[in-house]
Design a binder for this molecule. Structure first.
Ligand SMILES: *[C@@H]1O[C@H](CO)[C@@H](O)[C@H](O)[C@H]1NC(C)=O
Ligand SMILES: *[C@@H]1O[C@H](CO)[C@@H](O)[C@H](O)[C@H]1NC(C)=O
Length: 146
């Protein structure tokens, strides 16, 4: 099936009380054990990862039980934003802490409709954002928070 599918990727950096500083190799190895996997953890990817106060959210597609949500780009955008929000919540944060969003869309002509939903769901002030039409990709909303 080819569809208007949304893909949302988020990567988030929340201001850290204890900034990561260059460390010795052994201390990096120890820190690797402190990576938390978020969302559903599969063979290919995790829904997100958390390391200290940094959160990275994988691209999210507008599917429920492997079925694209009905209703077109608006509903797809809403679901992607919601799914990223779920990962953020699990990490102990939320959309208000997002620094960068990347939106990938199958058809850039959906830009205005995507923006309608985006502007109403993402809290102000908005994070930085880039948006692209990407060929042969399910419509995508990629959110990168840094
Ligand atoms: C997805 O599957 C779960 C478990 O089978 C079910 O509880 C849920 O209602 C389903 N959601 C949708 C949107 O179909
Ligand atoms: C799209 O989402 C809205 C709001 O949740 C819902 O009322 C509507 O039924 C959805 N559209 C379709 C075709 O499912």
């Amino acid at each position: 099936m080819l569809f208007n599918l949304g893909l949302l990727t988020a990567l988030l950096a929340v201001a850290s009380a204890s900034p990561l500083t260059p460390t010795s190799e052994s201390s990096l190895a120890r820190r690797n054990e402190d990576i938390t996997r978020l969302g559903s953890v599969g063979k290919l990817l995790s829904g997100g990862t958390k390391f200290g106060d940094l959160v990275f959210v994988s691209g999210q597609v507008p599917t429920l039980n492997n079925t694209i949500v009905p209703g077109g780009i608006r509903n797809e955008t809403a679901l992607c934003i919601q799914k990223v929000g779920d990962v953020l919540k699990e990490a102990g944060t939320d959309w208000s802490r997002v620094l960068k969003v990347t939106v990938l869309m199958q058809d850039i002509n959906d830009f205005a409709l995507m923006n309608e939903v985006y502007s109403s769901m993402i809290p102000d002030p908005k994070p930085a954002r880039s948006a692209f039409e990407v060929g042969n990709l399910p419509v995508a909303l990629v959110v990168l928070f840094v």
